[in-house]
Write a protein that binds this ligand. Structure first.
Ligand code: ATR
Length: 281
């Protein structure tokens, strides 16, 4: 791509209609004065390889990848960075000298959001991660890389918590905790992170578990950002928690991607305001 052409970037997924990424990214491009466009493209699973090759042919600078393509897209890329390889999923493709390079900004985006918004360092925390799916995996690897004081994982299906703890074993020792033991074990942790989709719009009343035995001042974090504050975070707040909402992770993962594509510093506040305003409507 030559400098004179507008920057082409976007997101592929199925479905993609509700994505807030185009709003967030196009607002950022306008703020930075970059001539370009971030589009949202529905790509059916069977068309993924064709879409990726189309991206090369059309001179895209990069692409975000979302459900259901984060794992399967790996087969069609030229290089995958070690973090994305360990997670087994790519959420950002960057085109470098004609080669497609896959990375994963979800976990690092989460850690950056947690640390900057609460003014803490992960290194000093005793963390319980709730969930062991794709989102949990990205966050778990990013947390482990920061070497927290301790990291435990609980998941409804215990075997998946054990598998994730095992996968992290080369970086950090992690315990798998039985899901049903969590309500009585809450006092062992100063940071509790919920990574499942329970409580997400439209099922806004649902909660993963009760927090009545929480220690005062425990950080409770929920990666769900629609609604902006989940019923579970409200419950956590009533139990004396310091809460951390999910929107920051979304903003920071996007900001990292944008910085890779443009080489410019992402305007976090502008991006945050755009998405928050759209979710308030
Ligand atoms: P994602 O990529 O969004 O993380 P996923 O890989 O399908 O999606 O993982 C979903 C996670 O939410 C899992 O940890 C799942 O628990 P199971 O492994 O037991 O399925 C968790 N989850 C989904 N519904 C849940 C519920 N009602 N209560 C507790 N955990 C739930």
């Amino acid at each position: 791509m030559t400098d004179s052409l507008p920057l082409r970037i976007g997101v592929i997924g199925d479905p993609i209609g509700h994505s807030r990424s185009p709003l967030m990214m196009n607002r950022a491009l306008a703020y930075l004065g970059i001539d370009g466009h971030y589009g949202a493209y529905v790509v059916r699973p069977a068309a993924l390889e064709t879409a990726i090759n189309g991206m090369r042919a059309l001179g895209f600078a990069g692409m975000n990848v979302t459900i259901p393509h984060k794992e399967t897209v790996c087969a069609f890329l030229d290089e995958i960075d070690p973090v994305a390889k360990a997670i087994g999923a790519v959420n950002t493709i960057v085109v470098r000298e004609g080669k497609l390079w896959g990375t994963n900004t979800d976990g690092i985006g989460y850690v950056r959001s947690l640390e900057t918004e609460l003014g803490i360092r992960v290194q000093q925390r005793n963390i319980l991660l709730l969930g062991a799916g794709g989102a949990a995996r990205g966050i778990a690897f990013a947390l482990a890389a920061q070497r927290p004081a301790s990291l435990a994982i609980a998941n409804r299906t215990h075997a998946r918590a054990q598998q994730l703890a095992y996968a992290l074993g080369d970086i950090l020792h992690c315990d798998a905790v039985a899901w049903e033991d969590v309500p009585d074990a809450l006092a062992h942790y100063d940071t509790i992170i919920h990574t499942t989709s329970v409580g997400m719009f439209p099922h806004v009343e649902a909660m993963p578990l009760r927090l009545d035995n929480l220690r005062y001042g425990t950080i409770v974090s929920d990666i769900v950002y629609n609604p902006l504050q989940t019923a579970w975070l409200q419950h956590a707040s009533q139990c004396g928690a310091r809460i951390h909402r999910g929107l920051g992770m979304f903003i920071h993962q996007g900001a990292y991607a944008l910085e890779q594509w443009t080489g410019r510093q992402a305007p976090h506040a502008v991006m945050y305001e755009a998405v928050e305003a759209s979710l308030r409507q």
